[in-house]
Design a protein around this ligand. Sequence first.
Ligand SMILES: NC(=O)c1ccc[n+]([C@@H]2O[C@H](COP(=O)([O-])OP(=O)(O)OC[C@H]3O[C@@H](n4cnc5c(N)ncnc54)[C@H](OP(=O)(O)O)[C@@H]3O)[C@@H](O)[C@H]2O)c1
Length: 278
Amino acid sequence: MHTLHKVMSEYSVIIVTGGSSGIGKAFIEHAQKLNSNVVICNLSRRKPDIIFSQLNSCHVPVDLGDSAALSLASDKVLSHLAKVAATGKVLLINNSGFGGYGRSDEVERTHQLGMMDVNMRAVVDLTLRLLPLLKQRGGAVVNIASTAAFQPTAFLATYGATKAFLLHWSLALNEELRGTGVTALAVCPGPTATDFFKRAGLKQGAVSDRWGQTSDQVVITTLRALAAGRSQVVSGWGNWLVSAFAARLPKPWAARIGAAVLARFRLSRVTQASEGGK
Ligand SMILES: NC(=O)c1ccc[n+]([C@@H]2O[C@H](COP(=O)([O-])OP(=O)(O)OC[C@H]3O[C@@H](n4cnc5c(N)ncnc54)[C@H](OP(=O)(O)O)[C@@H]3O)[C@@H](O)[C@H]2O)c1
């Protein structure tokens, strides 16, 4: 707990995307508990159902899939921070994202393109817009990728590819930022009990209590990795083992095994059109 307090108390500002549910909401709850002075700015379409304990915290409603709206939201965040929290380190958590289960030609094309916009383009856009502030004040960029980043993910093809992009981009960014006072951390959660699965088109309860993690576990892993100055972390030992194995396989083998696993455990449970990007 001491480590978590220490790492969180380093930041005067946290900018998080997707704080309206799941992992993003857990980030806000932990941040408020660990640092009562931190100013939080959340960017998502829905307002988080959380009472912000810090008066200067804000929710900026935005569809991150819309580049003009993202530009306006980023300007709003920058002018708000200039007024209420003009000094101290900044933590940017790029967490918003969604998936869509099914064969590529059966998942709506616009859903997949929207996924690419939110999971990749919006992350790069928002980070580049905020990086001058982070470099000026010091800070860190946390990118929520996935264990899906370590192998091709048939029946979740576009989603897995967006997360592979995010993992590689985050690691490269971290190298470029050496010596600037800013770091980048790629976080790779495995199955986590949130609305993700339902919104990606699966029946509710697709994460078994036995194998899945909670959002709190992902947040705690992230804060420990930040404290340790790491550039990549897989959340949970089981997920780490599977990812380490998958990453070492020749890509075509990993694709074949991944397809068999996803078909067995997930594809049969696709019950509805995915709704994450709508
Ligand atoms: N749950 C898992 O098993 C798992 C595993 C690995 C990685 N992840 C990653 O973890 C991150 C958080 O997901 P979660 O599991 O917490 O799922 P979640 O409960 O469905 O939360 C997703 C968040 O993303 C936001 N979002 C989606 N589309 C958006 C858009 N167009 N504009 C702005 N915000 C948008 C949502 O906010 P609004 O709907 O209010 O806009 C919501 O707050 C995602 O990047 C996901 O890929 C999840």
